[in-house]
Design a protein around this ligand. Structure first.
Ligand code: ZN
Length: 246
């Protein structure tokens, strides 16, 4: 048995997409449970709302390593595997949804999967997303179509950001306060995209720059990209990083 490094106290927001990049298999449940079990042994699992509040309020975590879970792109396994297991471990997840991917046809799905460089995965449908929302999970916005926002003009950016929020809010009858841009790096999110996103969402998340809590001043909260099937030493490494506020 290798020794497990003690995690650094702090608030960690994990950014994942699926259990594995493959088609959903019988071992997905076990892979995701092993991931949660490993984190639960040394960390306190919290919701994205709690993690966000601690970071925004700059509450120092003195002894405990807190972990919150987010999943982008809205794949079906979020409903069938991920959410039920998060609930089994007494926590909730946050799911960032692209409205045009939900209930899309095969042609659209193939193009969407090409954009995110993955083999065919199916999206959740609206009733599954609505149910996750009702079960206390966060439903966030991830733009309409998953384009690279750095490639879009002002009008297209408005459509991708504002329209996605408005569809989610109409379908779920809530206020969509959480936004994660696509591809997650700072080069994928120019200042004018941030300006538009800030008009519509109090909380904006990256998938990069993880050693710092914030990017763009305090406008963006950084998440750590990490998929559940990755080796446990990846997990231990990121948990051992001491994060800074600026
Ligand atoms: Zn994405």
């Amino acid at each position: 048995m290798g020794s497990i490094k003690k995690p650094e106290p702090g608030v960690h927001i994990i950014n994942s997409h699926y259990v594995t990049p493959n088609l959903v298999g019988h071992d997905d449940y076990q892979i995701f449970e092993n991931f949660l079990k490993h984190l639960d042994a040394s960390c306190t699992l919290i919701s994205l709302e709690e993690a966000t509040q601690m970071i925004v309020d700059k509450i120092p975590a003195k002894k405990t390593s807190y972990v919150a879970f987010t999943f982008d792109d809205g794949f079906e396994e979020c409903y069938h595997v991920i959410a039920p297991l998060l609930e089994k471990y007494n926590t909730t997840g946050a799911f960032f949804i692209n409205a045009n991917f939900v209930e899309s046809d095969d042609v659209y799905r193939t193009a969407f999967n090409d954009r995110i460089r993955i083999d065919t995965k199916t999206p959740m449908n609206w009733s599954q997303i609505k149910e996750l929302h009702e079960r206390g999970h966060v439903i966030g916005s991830h733009t309409m179509d998953h384009y690279n926002l750095a490639d879009l003009n002002e009008e297209e950016l408005h459509f991708q950001i504002q329209e996605n929020k408005s569809i989610l809010e109409k379908k779920l009858e809530y206020s969509c306060d959480y936004f994660a841009w696509t591809y997650g790096k700072l080069i994928h999110f120019p200042q004018h995209a941030l300006d538009i996103a800030q008009k519509f969402h109090p909380y904006i998340f990256s998938g990069t720059n993880y050693k710092k809590y914030f990017s763009y001043g305090t406008s963006v909260i950084n998440r750590r990209h990490l998929e559940p099937y990755w080796p446990k030493n990846h997990l231990n490494y990121f948990l051992s990083i001491k994060k800074t506020w600026s």
